[in-house]
Design a protein around this ligand. Structure first.
Ligand SMILES: [Zn+2]
Length: 378
């Protein structure tokens, strides 16, 4: 199948940009964008390549946001096709990043090419905020570019993130927000001793168990119209010396909250520590807030995307806040309307990651229409 979107997606997949490497993905995108009148600023923070590109001088700012880095391939031998060689079989395009998110990046670039050729004097401004540090620790990527934009007092009005939001077919789901993520490393302190002499020791496993049970059963909130109820999950528990006759001196527990906009991270921390205290535990908590929840309930961006999806897919898209965190968490706090709209996410981060060529072309059409719906006078 030859379509500029598929051709560009293939070229991007063949760059081995395992996070935080960009390889030559960004130069390839920059060359195409400069050719249609974008002004590009390359922003290297630490060892991470990012760029910001803008077309137009004034007015509301529409930005495509995304990442060129991909997760490692895993065992290459388990792939039907080499992960860093784009292979098309029937309608399916195979390769690491096909769905997350080099296909989207290609569709963004070709959508702009088509849109600009039709509307060279469009209203407002079109921008790209591209990083190669989304799949990794994400400290020198979007968060730094957003700080740089804020320092210049540059505000994004509408931001479309190309993360693979769809479930069964392209456009069936868009993400208009994400839950917050709050993690904790808890250490419960006891006193080590011989299991035969428990009166001389203090077993942190026994002390912590009822408190952990209460945390697991606690109703943190009921969620709201856009968010499911806040959830608490323990991801690791560890104690013991390895010997069967030793009461451990301490217990380490790792847990995570995915939380709605009904609660703040501070409230969650307080309620959680109150429960631990109520059980009389001697403990330490190391909290890590990896993302605040955000929500773009309605407005021009949601309407523009809904209309584009209706026109190209003949379906009413579902607004969802499910799934993991994304770089939208860094952009939304600036006041931008943020929406994630991309391919089907069924194979992302897996062996044999792939996407439908036909749906990628449809994504190009959707992106082109979103530009049209926002930046052309009715
Ligand atoms: Zn992604």
């Amino acid at each position: 199948m030859t379509h500029p979107t598929i051709e560009l997606a293939c070229k991007l997949i063949e760059e081995k940009s395992v996070t935080p490497e960009d390889a030559l993905c960004q130069p390839m995108m920059i060359e195409r964008l400069e050719a249609i009148g974008f002004k590009v600023e390359r922003l290297r923070f630490g060892d991470v390549d990012n760029f910001w590109a803008v077309r137009g001088d004034s007015g509301p700012l529409f930005a495509f946001a995304g990442h060129t880095d991909v997760v490692p391939s895993g065992k290459e031998a388990e792939w039907q096709h080499p992960p860093f060689k784009a292979t098309i079989e029937g309608d399916l395009l195979y390769g690491r990043g096909a769905a997350d998110m080099k296909g989207s990046l290609a569709a963004m670039v070709t959508a702009c090419e088509e849109f600009v050729s039709q509307h060279p004097d469009h209203q407002g401004r079109i921008a790209f905020l591209i990083t190669s540090d989304e799949e990794g620790i994400a400290i020198n990527g979007t968060v730094k570019v957003v700080e740089w934009l804020e320092a210049r007092n540059e505000k994004i009005t509408w931001c479309l993130v190309g993360e693979p939001s769809s479930t069964n077919t392209v456009g069936d789901v868009v993400k208009n927000g994400r839950r917050g993520s709050l993690g904790c490393e808890l250490r419960v302190i006891g006193k080590q001793g011989h299991v035969a002499y428990p009166h001389l020791a203090s077993n942190p496993v026994h002390l912590a168990a009822p408190a952990l049970a209460e945390l697991a059963q606690e109703v943190w909130d009921e969620g709201n119209a856009f968010f499911p109820a806040t959830s608490f999950q323990i991801s690791n528990i560890q104690a013991g010396t390895g010997a069967t006759n030793v009461i451990p001196g301490d217990l380490k527990v790792v847990f995570n909250f995915r939380f709605s906009t009904e609660l703040s991270a501070e409230e969650l921390q307080k309620r959680c520590e109150n429960i631990l205290r109520k059980h009389g535990l001697n403990f330490e908590c190391k909290w890590h807030l990896s993302g605040q929840p955000f929500l773009t309930a309605k407005g021009e961006l949601v309407a523009a995307a809904q209309k584009a999806i209706r026109d190209h897919c003949a379906l009413e898209t579902e607004l969802s806040t499910a799934g993991g965190t994304s770089d939208g968490r860094f952009i939304a706090p600036t006041g931008a309307q943020v929406l994630e709209l991309g391919p089907v996410n069924a194979t992302i981060h897996q062996v044999n990651e792939h996407t439908s060529c036909e749906e990628l072309i449809r994504l190009h059409n959707i992106y082109t229409s979103v530009l049209h719906n926002l930046l052309v006078a009715k």
